[in-house]
Design a protein around this ligand. Structure first.
Ligand code: UGA
Length: 431
């Protein structure tokens, strides 16, 4: 494979993973960020994300000289073959994606890009953005390609090097093929299409996953009323290949830096294009409801009032396997409990003691989080919570009640330890 010169704008989890993985694949990569402290740390191979293998790849690529980090804009862009945009596209005021970071990079680079360079949009951007970027650039000798990322936090390197699909979209097919060639060696099925379709693949995928989860979360609520068991219901569903086995675990709602932002953005796009999308709206509303539902279960578990009541919180990140607290349903539940007067002590393997995310006082062991608690609530599916010695936990609490929003805990062990277990999507056994 021919090695190419790539500049990646943005050293967040998408940009840094993209840069380190392309360097690992043999390309010559410059990774650019506006944060000078971050660039200095990364240049010393100090990676602060909890992302398996990422630090190892950064270290390897710095050593081989295939990766370097730069603040602002590289002094020399004249030999760059590809400029990747991997800057944040947060939710703007209207719910639409805020593209100011993308516009900023273009302003700073457009006149310095060499003829024949391809600008590649990795950031998640609304349909039509590739066309807008093409117009903003106003360079006949530079083409623009949409190449969305499908990197799960906690699996980003694996997802990059062994992708389930590579999607490239452009009005210039030759440029799309050039971008595709960068991934030689990753051996994934590909979709080559126009830019609008490529942009939509990303939103369509994340929003579908969000709808799937909202569907399952409502099914779990239904199971509780119907005397059915969500685990058995989803076990039956998973065997249907058309439905698929993944993303059927109920929880306190979907969160993180992507699904909440992308559902809002696609809804905003469909509003703008005058297309009614009630399914997506319902998925978002259903998600807000989950957080209230879990908080309500905790309130019921302690007898109806949370005022002055101590609650032990297990799990704060938006899912297991990451240290990311952005848009975490766990924190949203905590906010609701605190608003009703609860005192929250929490434990999360990836959140250090002394941190105070929202209203939670973080301690360094699950046992300390449980101490004197009138109820425990499990909000993130860290496997270590299932493996806890629940008899020892029972010795810590004031009242042995646990609300398991993820159906993570081994019911028999927890109940044998004397806890009343309030599971999700299961008939209440009253034990
Ligand atoms: C998501 C997508 O899965 C990636 O494909 C995409 O590339 C990424 O967004 C992005 O746009 O960059 P991520 O934000 O890392 O990845 O999170 P997910 O693994 O999708 O989990 C999202 C939420 O769903 C979490 O809160 C998780 O706890 C919840 N979830 C997931 C469940 O409640 N149940 C499940 O069965 C699965």
């Amino acid at each position: 494979m021919a090695a190419r010169r790539i500049a990646v704008m943005g050293a967040g989890y998408v940009g840094l993973t993209t840069a380190a993985c392309f360097a690992h694949l043999g390309h010559q990569v410059t990774c650019v960020d506006v944060d000078a402290k971050r660039v200095a740390a990364l240049s010393e191979a100090e990676v602060d994300q909890h992302e398996p293998r990422l630090a190892e790849l950064v270290e390897e690529s710095l050593r081989t000289g295939r990766l370097r980090f730069v603040v602002g804009v590289p002094a020399n862009l004249s030999d760059v073959d590809f400029l990747f945009l991997a800057v944040p596209t947060p939710t703007g005021e209207s719910g639409a994606a805020d593209l100011s970071a993308v516009a900023d990079v273009l302003t700073r680079t457009r006149e310095r890009l060499p003829a024949g360079c391809v600008v590649v949009i990795k950031s998640t951007v609304p349909v039509g953005t590739t066309m807008r970027v093409t117009n903003l650039l106003a360079r006949r000798d530079v083409t623009v390609v949409a190449n969305p990322e499908f990197l799960r936090e906690g699996h980003a390197v694996e997802d990059f090097l062994h992708p389930q699909r590579i999607v490239v979209g452009s009005e210039d097919e030759a440029s799309a093929l050039r971008v595709l060639s960068l991934y030689a060696g990753t051996d994934a099925p590909t979709v080559i299409t126009g830019s609008a379709s490529a942009e939509l693949v990303k939103y369509a995928s994340n929003c579908f996953l969000a709808m799937k989860l909202s569907y399952v979360n409502t099914l779990a609520e239904l199971c509780e009323q119907a005397g059915a068991d969500i685990e058995d219901v989803t076990a039956g569903m998973r065997l249907d290949e058309r439905i698929g086995a993944a993303f059927l675990d109920p929880g306190p709602g979907w969160g993180g830096s992507c699904l909440p932002k992308d559902t809002k953005a696609l809804l905003s796009t469909s509003d703008t294009l005058d297309v009614d999308f009630p399914l997506l709206r319902a998925a978002i509303d259903t998600n807000t409801h989950q957080v209230r539902r879990v908080a309500g279960k905790v309130r019921d578990a302690v007898g109806g009032s949370l005022r002055g009541v101590r609650i032990g919180v297990l799990g704060l990140t938006f899912k297991a396997g990451t240290d990311d607290l952005r848009d975490s349903p766990a924190l949203a539940v905590a906010e609701l409990l605190a608003a009703e007067g609860a005192e929250l002590t929490g434990y999360d393997p990836c959140v250090p003691e002394g941190a105070s995310p929202g209203p939670v006082r973080v301690v360094d062991t699950p046992q300390r989080a449980a101490r004197d608690a009138s109820a425990i609530v499990v909000l993130t599916e860290w496997p270590e919570f299932a493996a806890l010695d629940w008899t020892q936990m029972a010795g810590q609490v004031r009242h042995p009640v646990v609300v398991d929003s993820r159906d993570l805990l081994p019911a028999e062990k927890v109940q044998a330890a004397g806890f009343r277990l309030i599971a999700t999507g299961k008939p209440d056994t009253g034990t």
